[in-house]
Design a protein around this ligand. Structure first.
Ligand code: GLV
Length: 326
């Protein structure tokens, strides 16, 4: 029996490659840069499996170009790049990589929060510039993090990992979410529920941990920024379009908030020029980027693909109805 043909839009990691190569006839995109769309569409023509990154849009156009496709395995937990309805209509299973990146992502949201509060970007720039004249009493004074109020928007796995870290910093933790967390979780994390407006008004740091959905697109708009404290900071490691970037820039210009630390952007890799300012820390979508975690993500994607071709249920199906119907 010939092995199923699979295309991976990245060379992945050795551990994932071994899993795939044992079960599939796999072809990789190996260039440093992301592949052009037409190249991917050409490559997937005869493929039954796909391992893709969040930079690839898996939509009708894509699926039309891949008539034999049975599975699209995203190497990410967020799957806003995948049109699930289109996949389901064509009987294509879509999978993601939940669970393995929560702690790593929360680590990075904390990295950003600490960096913007303590003006690390500006300090690093000064230290490297050759212009540092030595210690001075009021030099680059930032804002304390410990003891402050952290508002978490979206209290799923990553939001809760964010809250857990706040315990050691003696912070007051508030959260808002469509679903209230169970009492034992709230108690263990010493967190309190607030409606959105109260959370905006009370928090010193607001960290976003919601998926990108039609409901969360543009969630952080001008009225939200106007409700925040002028001393407060916004942290975004979720998805760029959750924040209206033009409104954020306007709020920063008007001094409505103190600063922001961002890992994600509305139109990656484009970064709004108004965000390139000293009180905004910018990272290039790195929150899950530890070697350990990215390896685990690739392995999960590989296991999802291999499971399907072995006739098993892929563990991380986003549209399980596809297999139930079959
Ligand atoms: C990264 O952004 C992910 O969704 O895993």
């Amino acid at each position: 029996m010939p092995k199923p043909k699979v295309y991976a839009t990245h060379p992945l990691f050795e551990e994932a490659r071994q899993i795939l190569e044992a079960a599939c006839d796999i072809e990789y995109w190996t260039n440093e840069e992301r592949p052009p769309r037409d190249e991917v569409l050409r490559r997937v023509k005869d493929k039954e499996g796909l391992i893709c990154l969040l930079t690839e849009k898996i939509n009708d156009e894509f699926l039309r170009a891949a008539p034999k496709l049975r599975i699209a395995a995203n190497v990410a937990v967020g799957f806003d790049n995948i049109d699930l309805d289109a996949c389901t209509k064509r009987g294509v299973v879509a999978t993601n990589t939940p669970g393995v990146l929560d702690e790593t992502t929360a680590d990075f949201a904390w990295t950003l929060m600490m960096a913007v509060a303590r003006r690390l970007g500006e300090g690093e720039h000064l230290a490297r510039s050759g212009n540092w004249k030595g210690w001075n009493l009021d030099q680059l004074c930032g804002s304390d993090v410990w003891g402050k109020t952290l508002g978490i928007v979206g209290f799923g796995r990553i939001g809760r990992a964010m809250a857990r870290r706040a315990l050691g910093f003696q912070m007051k933790v508030l959260y808002t979410d469509a679903v209230k967390a169970p009492a034992d979780v709230v108690q263990a994390l010493n967190a309190e529920y607030r409606d959105m407006n109260s959370l905006l008004a009370e928090s010193d740091f607001i960290s976003l941990h919601v998926p990108l959905t039609p409901e969360t697109r543009g969630l952080f708009d001008a009225p939200k920024f106007y409700r925040m404290k002028p001393t407060a900071f916004l942290i975004n490691t979720a998805r760029g379009p959750v924040v209206d970037e033009a409104a954020l820039v306007a709020a920063l210009d008007a001094g409505k908030i103190a600063g922001a630390a961002l890992d994600v952007y509305e139109n990656e890799p484009f970064i709004h020029p108004g965000l390139k300012r000293p009180n905004v820390v910018l990272a290039p979508h790195l929150a899950s980027a530890s070697t350990e975690t990215r390896t685990k993500m690739a392995v999960i994607a590989a296991n999802n693909v291999v499971a399907l071709f072995k006739g098993q249920m892929p563990p991380n199906m986003l549209n399980a109805s596809v297999l139930k119907k079959a």
